[in-house]
Structure formats: structure tokens, C-alpha cells
Write a protein that binds this ligand. Structure first.
Ligand code: MHO
Length: 362
């Protein structure tokens, strides 16, 4: 065989080996992807894992958002810290976003710190089924909705409860309803019973989060921490492209990230609009890509909204400020969708409380 032919044959073997493994992996990982009879989403309308709701892939595609379809039918995973329920502590029931079956009770939800909603147990029923998943060269246990077979996430043995279970679930696979509405929706006389509820959290019934950038995050975090109704603050980096940036990376002004503050607040004590007003009062929103002595895009003024309601409120307050004439120059604050928030190094968190050094404009 000529040397060139040998190279072509070898390349072909490598490609076929890779393609074969990838196909096998997909088949083993996510059966909705496979055209096997009986799968909930395989296009045949068959049942999957004892599922009671069945739809074809086409029907699921029409019924779900692209993100839900990717996670629930294609067995995808949303990026960590990006889902709407990761940092959400409302009291109620989490339902399957595909078929509406009740899955988890908020009393079993806890913060595992990995960036996805975590629960110690599902509702009785059982509400979920589990299945071996050997994709990505590791063995994990996949969690699916017992009613429709949609992919929800995975279960691990590193949870805080008595049986050590940690149900790590994609927000995109869930729909939350507060307890009263949940009972009404389900038409049930009694609420679903959690298998092993953890003690109720001392937090208020529902908390919200907001993300702002207004220059050096030490001072801005301190100021937000003083606002009545603010429950928790964290500093971090957001708005750029670099994954897991360090402070030093962000200081180069090349990551696109801004120094930012994530505020968790009780909306019954302070609403988002008033929090935005506080944000404007904490810095000079007319300074472009700087705040006082700190210069660079990492010190820009920005509001990172989580949803359309926050966007509208932020735009309304910015317009009010412009109109009031209180500021001599044009406001340069960006109002942009929230992306991934990378928590900053521990020594930056609550910097003032730790160091009692007044700097960065406070
Ligand atoms: N002016 C401060 C900025 C620190 S901040 C966390 C300094 O240069 O140390 O970016």
C-alpha cells in the first residue's frame, strides 16, 4: 500500500472509531435520541421507563422552548449558575416543565454550590425514575420524570440529608408554582408529600437576585449591604467571555468582564426599581469605563437584568434619571441581559468587613 493510501486508511479508521463511540455514547446516554420503539420522544409515540405521558419528538419540539427541548429531550445540561431556579428560594412545588407532573418540594431544596438547583429527595410517587448514564466516559445516574420520561438531571451521593442523595436538576426542566397555586393547579386537596423534607429555611417566602456593576466591587458591595431588604451580597465577574476568570485576569481589561455585585433581596422589603435607584446613587453613571481612579472596562457601569420585568424597570429608572437633569452629563450605564456570574476570590468577598479599609469610594 502506498504511504498516502495508508494515511487515508488510518484516518478513516480513527474517524469511524470516533463516530461509532459517539453514536454509542449518545444511544446509551439519552434514549430519547435513539430511534428505539417505546421511547417517550423517539418519534414513535411509545412509552419510556413506565412513562404515562407520551409525545413524538416533533410534538415535544412544538411544546417546549429550544432550551427545554435541548435539556429535556436531547439530555443537554444548562450552564452552571445560569438557570432561573439555581438561586431561587420560593416556597412551593417544582413541576416537570414538559408534562406538568409534580417533582420536588421546595423544602427539600438546598444550595449545593455547583450552580444547579439541588434537592435532597423527589416527591413520593415516585415522581422520578433513574437510569445508568455512561456518557462522557463516566458513570452517573440520570434522573427522569416518571410521568413523561423527560431528562431532568443527575443524582449523586454527596447530598446533606440522611440518605446522602443530591438531585442535581436543570432549571430548564422545572416549572415552579407557590404552594397555594400549586395545589390549585394540581387540583389536589393536600399538597404533595416530600419523601424527606429538610427543615424549613429561615429565608422569606420568595427572594430575588439582581446583578450590578458600578466600579470597584469592594465599595459597591458594602453600600448594597447597608440597604434594608438586602439579604446577601456577593462580588464576582460577569459580562465577558473568559470562563472562570481570576481577579488578575479581569484587571488586564481583556476579559470583557466587569467587577460586579450579585444582590439577593426580599422583594417585600425593597423592590427591584428602588434597588436600581440605589445603584444609581452609589456611583457616577456618567463616567465611561471608569469610576474615579479605577480605569478600564472592568469598572464600567452596568445593570445585568435577569428577565423582561427587570429590564423594563431598569430602563424606566435610567430614563427618569436622565429626565430629572440631576446629572450634568449623559448616563452611560449599560442595561444588558445577565450572563454567567463568576464569584470572585474569597478575599474579595465582604472586603470592607474583613479589612476595615475604606477605599473605592466609600
Ligand atoms: N483601586 C483599587 C481597585 C480594587 S478593585 C477590587 C485598587 O487598585 O486596589 O478593583
Amino acid at each position: 500500500m502506498a504511504a498516502r493510501t495508508k494515511i487515508v486508511v488510518m484516518a478513516l479508521c480513527i474517524f469511524l472509531g470516533w463516530a461509532g463511540w459517539t453514536g454509542l455514547e449518545a444511544l446509551l446516554h439519552c434514549s430519547p435520541k435513539a430511534k428505539t420503539a417505546g421511547s417517550a420522544a423517539d418519534g414513535t409515540g411509545g412509552q419510556d421507563m413506565g412513562a404515562k405521558v407520551t409525545k413524538t419528538k416533533k410534538e415535544w419540539k412544538a411544546a417546549l422552548t429550544p432550551e427545554q427541548y435541548d435539556v429535556m429531550i436531547q439530555c443537554g445540561t444548562e450552564p452552571p449558575f445560569s438557570g432561573k431556579y439555581n438561586d431561587f428560594w420560593g416556597k412551593g412545588t417544582y413541576f416537570c416543565a414538559a408534562c406538568g407532573a409534580p417533582l420536588f418540594d421546595s423544602n427539600t431544596k438546598y444550595d449545593h454550590g455547583t450552580g444547579w438547583p439541588s434537592f435532597t429527595s423527589p416527591l413520593t410517587g415516585p415522581a422520578v425514575d433513574t437510569k445508568d448514564d455512561i456518557s462522557h466516559f463516566t458513570h452517573r445516574i440520570e434522573v427522569r420524570c416518571a410521568t413523561c420520561g423527560a431528562h431532568l438531571g443527575h443524582v449523586f451521593d454527596d447530598g446533606p440529608g440522611p440518605d446522602g442523595k443530591h438531585y442535581c436538576i436543570n432549571s430548564a426542566a422545572l416549572r415552579f408554582a407557590p404552594f397555594d397555586a400549586a395545589r390549585r393547579d394540581a387540583g389536589a386537596a393536600t399538597p404533595p408529600t416530600p419523601q424527606a423534607a429538610t427543615p424549613a429555611s429561615p429565608r422569606p417566602a420568595a427572594v430575588e437576585t439582581a446583578v450590578f456593576a458600578a466600579g470597584c466591587f469592594w465599595g459597591v458591595e458594602y453600600k448594597f449591604g447597608q440597604v434594608p431588604g438586602v439579604l446577601e451580597t456577593q462580588v464576582g465577574y460577569t459580562g465577558g467571555l473568559t470562563k472562570n476568570p481570576s481577579y488578575e485576569d479581569v484587571c488586564t481589561d481583556a476579559t470583557g468582564h466587569a467587577e460586579a455585585i450579585r444582590v439577593t433581596f426580599d422583594p417585600t422589603k425593597i423592590n427591584y426599581e428602588d434597588l436600581v435607584r440605589k445603584f444609581f446613587s452609589f456611583h457616577d453613571p456618567t463616567q465611561l469605563n471608569r469610576q474615579g481612579p479605577d480605569v478600564g472596562t472592568q469598572y464600567r457601569s452596568a445593570i445585568f437584568y435577569r428577565d423582561a420585568v427587570q429590564k423594563t424597570a431598569a430602563e424606566k429608572v435610567r430614563a427618569e434619571m436622565e429626565k430629572s437633569g440631576a446629572l450634568r452629563k449623559r448616563i452611560v450605564t449599560d442595561i444588558v441581559p445577565a450572563g454567567e456570574f463568576y464569584k470572585a476570590e474569597e478575599y474579595h468577598q465582604q472586603y470592607y468587613e474583613k479589612n476595615k479599609i475604606k477605599s473605592c469610594g466609600f
